[in-house]
Design a protein around this ligand. Sequence first.
Ligand SMILES: C[S@@+](CC[C@H](N)C(=O)[O-])C[C@H]1O[C@@H](n2cnc3c(N)ncnc32)[C@H](O)[C@@H]1O
Length: 220
Amino acid sequence: MSASKGPPFRFYGRRQGKKQSRRQNDLLAELLPRLTPDPDHLPDGDIWLEIGCGGGEHIVSQAAANPDVTLLGCEPFLEGVAKTLTEIEERDLHNVLLHGDDARPLLEAMPEACIARTFILFPDPWPKTRHNKRRFINPENLDRLARVIRPGAGLRIGTDHMDYARWILRHLLDHPAFEWTAERADDWRQSPADHFETRYERKARDKGDRPVFFEFVRRA
Ligand SMILES: C[S@@+](CC[C@H](N)C(=O)[O-])C[C@H]1O[C@@H](n2cnc3c(N)ncnc32)[C@H](O)[C@@H]1O
């Protein structure tokens, strides 16, 4: 991947969790390099991007349901990457690319308007006010997304954290490149018909939380 020209990105989340099994280490050593996208040579056809794909529940389900699309996941947490690789191998999927790292340098290296759909599902809420500036949804990242998302393409953001939900709406409504498509409350209170539940979402629902899903379109 082309190196980022600026200073390295500061990353606040976890990169390491439990120790990986031998099989997971093999997948990280052998399969991950084969699935790592080269931003200068992306595949032809539609590419759907998922930022923070966690343990891969959503990305592998979308890949299985949409075999004509390439799913491109970004996840810096090694344990999540290892779980996703295991699912990709077990489900014999051939339409997933995996960037096992921070999405931001990849977004900067990808060509303009190359992404046909984007998912950001349950981004870290960083609930303390002094940590809010770590939230992935911020003006700089929206500029990065606006550059790579094709005009007319959708951006779906899900969260169970109501303060972050208000933050997301405020930032997206303030950004000239994005338009919120909701017409009625059910458009954001209900899970979208083509959504697949994530691990984080399942835990939130088990606690009694009610996630919301915002759908935006990249303006022309
Ligand atoms: C709360 S978890 C949700 C994971 C998954 N989407 C789910 O719903 O189960 C947020 C994820 O975003 C990832 N993340 C945070 N910052 C990121 C970044 N700059 N680029 C890519 N992923 C990031 C974290 O490593 C973490 O796995």
